[in-house]
Write a protein that binds this ligand. Structure first.
Ligand SMILES: Cc1ncc(COP(=O)(O)O)c(C=O)c1O
Length: 359
């Protein structure tokens, strides 16, 4: 690719849309779908058009209440995907340094490259339980750094970053005038003692999230950004170049989803919890694989010891009808990601097939 040509694709998203499905699909990242019939919605009240030029006020209010923030700080977006894009595009100029965790969710890297950022990486290592080590950020930050990006919970490992570490990262960012983008799309999968959004930790923190992964309503594409009011306006105005206005019926349904948020979350919770228990039992019996075990989250990042992961994953798919996400999409080709929370029957059978493929 010529250095003047921009990066304009996501290999991971393309794979996910075209090749991730299988009879036993463990290549998922969020919980199973919440059916419309179980959402207590009066369809007679649904409407196609309405007042939502810069977002639908009741939805902005619902997001603001959910997080305990001012509605002025809430920017609606089409999922966390568009939230990450808008946030980064509003903050980064070509050539700006952006520090992104490694391993990372592919599309975050793709967007930073598309925006012609000078992308630098800081490692989260398996030996350190995949935790963010602020010393690693300190090591690579410079006065040209404009943004530090992390996911919390971390995709692919589901490791939680505590507020104390996030605060330290905020301090490092502030020392060079940079911002911190925290993608919290999985944070509400911490079912007990759910942390408050890191947006409250300081004005240098920008947060993205959505109802897609933990609440089972991905189809609504209800996403958002939390940012200081000036920056929030920059993002709304930038969005005039993209999707301009949100989908109004989606916003109406999203308001209903917010009214019943705990119903949506609790429906998936027992499935996630049983799947995690099965995964931990399975890992204990399988010397050929290992993973940092977490209490929360819908994904686990598994290391395959002493075997070629591509050969193994192809055999798993072809001979055992089971899919997982290849670690190469997280730049770690001897790992793979397993998703929990869709159907325990499917998950259990998928694990059993992984076991047979390993044998
Ligand atoms: C860390 C992370 N951010 C964003 C997204 C995209 O989320 P959404 O479906 O809300 O666009 C994903 C989806 O897998 C993700 O893992």
């Amino acid at each position: 690719m010529s250095p003047l040509m921009r990066h304009k694709y996501s290999d991971y998203m393309h794979w996910s849309k075209t090749q991730s499905r299988a009879r036993f699909n463990l290549a998922t990242s969020g919980v199973g779908g919440f059916p419309l019939r179980e959402l207590r919605v009066n369809l007679e009240k649904l409407e196609i058009n309405g007042d939502n030029s810069y977002g639908y006020a009741p939805l902005q209010e619902a997001i603001a209440v959910h997080h305990g923030v001012d509605p002025e700080c809430v920017v609606e977006s089409a999922g966390t995907s568009m939230a990450n894009h808008l946030a980064m595009a509003a903050i980064i100029e070509p050539g700006d340094e952006v520090l992104i965790e490694h391993p990372a969710y592919g599309p975050i890297l793709d967007v930073a490259q598309y925006l012609q950022a000078n992308v630098k990486r800081f490692p989260r290592t398996e030996e350190n339980g995949w935790m963010v080590d602020p010393a690693e950020i300190r090591r690579c930050i410079t006065t040209k750094t404009r943004l530090i990006v992390i996911t919390n919970l971390h995709n692919p490992t589901s490791v939680l970053t505590p507020d104390s570490v996030l605060r330290e990262i905020g301090d490092i960012a502030r020392s060079v005038g940079a911002l911190v983008l925290v993608d919290e799309v999985y944070l509400d999968a911490v079912y007990q003692g759910t942390p408050r959004t890191s947006f409250h930790l300081g004005p240098e923190v920008v947060v993205t999230s959505s109802l897609t992964k933990v609440y089972g309503v991905s189809g609504l594409r209800c996403g958002w950004i939390l940012a200081q009011p000036d920056l929030a306006w920059k993002m709304r105005r930038l969005n005039n170049l993209y999707s301009a206005t949100p989908v109004y019926p989606g916003e109406l349904l999203s308001v209903v989803a917010f009214k019943h948020l705990s119903l949506l979350r609790e429906r998936a919770r027992p499935i996630v919890e049983v799947d995690r228990k099965l995964l931990h039992e399975f890992l204990a019996q399988q010397p050929a694989i290992s993973a940092v075990q977490t209490d929360w989250g819908t994904t686990s990042f598994v290391r395959l010891r002493n075997a070629n992961a591509d050969v193994f994953l192809n055999r798993l798919r072809d001979d055992f009808e089971t899919s997982v996400v290849p670690g190469r999409f997280f730049e770690m080709p001897d790992h793979f990601r397993i998703g929990m929370g869709v159907s325990t029957e499917m998950f259990a059978e998928g694990l059993s097939r992984i076991g047979r493929a390993l044998a």
